[in-house]
Ligand binder design. Structure first.
Ligand SMILES: [Zn+2]
Length: 374
């Protein structure tokens, strides 16, 4: 019964991911020697054990699948009749669906990303655009017998070997394979496709309120300081907006980078400013950077440019100051993570990473300098 053990293992992995199922949702099965072991009702995938699976004869289930129409209570009775161990929990109402999918392992979840895309006015088209024709898309019907009919109808005339999964609109998704781990991985990669689509097309943005005038002023001041053209891009995330509104910004910003190696991209700290005072705030930053260099230089280092790579316009938003698109992308990624880390650390009492001396040692470390020059 190694297959049942494997079934328990990957069922738990699915059940412990709240982006896939919540509180007892979803179901899984494995076919072993003519028996379908399917999640028993009342069991939660995240904590299921071997005893949580109901053993039902495949011939009984495939017999039910051949019927024209039966009621839910009839389905429950027939499924129960097919059980090889009457003391086991009652099989999931989806047992027939699991039986007609001709693979050893079948996984079913209600993945947030998939149902999110599906629950939109153009849900079917979007799902088909994301998955192409490798995934069968089935219109919503009640779970149970009718769903098994709808799936059988949808796959008619198609080769199962060419089907990677089944999306049930407004409900969830199925993956399947002869191998338990592969079926689990297929679920993850199918869900990731929907999640990537949402990430690209439906980010929950909060527009920064940094004005164009401030961006222009900052671009001018920071370009001069850095000695090349620098563009200003706002970070439009909930975190960035929340961060810009914190009371104790100066204390947090002086607390250092997320991890030391970031310093070669980000400089030791951000510039903070108020709208209308761009020039003096950027100058104050350069003065601070000079002081930082003087205090830590052992006399052998040559000062780098004094231009900030990111900053906060109080109450308005967070921005990065980058010389090209590539740098802007890197800075946005690092700063988005840094801000989220800082916001959480503040809840634990404050932000305090490395001291200036250790940060300086990395920023002016010859090996780090060499990496930048590449
Ligand atoms: Zn379901």
């Amino acid at each position: 019964m190694d297959a049942l053990k494997e079934r328990v293992r990957t069922s738990r992995l699915l059940g412990q991911d709240e982006y896939l199922v919540l509180h007892g949702g979803g179901n899984t099965s494995v076919k072993i020697d003519g028996i379908l072991w399917v999640k028993g009702s009342g069991w939660d995938l995240g904590t299921i054990e071997e005893g949580g699976f109901a053993p039902v004869r495949m011939d009984a289930l495939l017999g039910i699948a051949q019927k024209e129409m039966i009621s839910d209570s009839e389905l429950v009775r027939l499924q129960k009749d097919g059980m090889t161990d009457k003391a086991a929990p009652a099989p999931s109402i989806e047992a027939v669906v699991h039986a007609i999918i001709p693979y050893k392992f079948v996984d079913h979840t209600h993945a947030d990303a998939v149902v999110t895309v599906s629950n939109t006015p153009n849900g079917r088209e979007l799902i088909q655009k994301i998955y192409g024709d490798k995934v069968v898309v089935v219109d919503y019907v009640m779970p149970g017998f009718i769903l098994s009919k709808a799936i059988a109808e949808a796959v008619k005339g198609r080769e199962w070997s060419e089907i990677e999964g089944i999306v049930l609109l407004n409900h969830g998704i199925f993956s399947f394979d002869e191998d338990g781990e592969v079926s689990y991985q297929k679920m993850l990669s199918l869900v990731k496709k929907a999640a990537d689509y949402l990430e690209q097309n439906a980010k929950i943005d909060v527009k920064s309120e940094i004005s164009e005038r401030t961006k222009e002023a900052l671009s001018g001041e920071i370009s001069t300081l850095r000695g090349c053209d620098v563009g200003i891009e706002a970070i439009d995330t909930v975190g960035a907006k929340t961060f810009a509104s914190l009371d104790n910004l100066e204390a947090i910003l002086s607390g250092g980078p997320l991890t030391p190696e970031h310093v070669i991209r980000t400089k030791p700290r951000a510039v903070s400013l108020e709208e209308g005072r761009e020039a003096e705030c950027v100058k104050a930053y350069a003065d601070w950077y000079n002081g930082y260099f003087e205090a830590n230089n052992d006399g052998t280092k040559i000062i780098l440019d004094k231009a900030p790579r990111w900053g906060v316009v109080k109450g308005k938003g967070v921005f990065v100051a980058a010389k090209d698109e590539k740098e802007a992308k890197i800075l946005k990624d690092i700063i988005s993570h840094t801000i989220d880390a800082m916001l959480r650390a503040v809840k634990l009492g404050g932000w305090k990473s490395l001291n200036e001396r250790d940060i300086f040692a990395i920023e002016y470390w010859e090996l780090e300098q060499a990496k930048l020059k590449k």
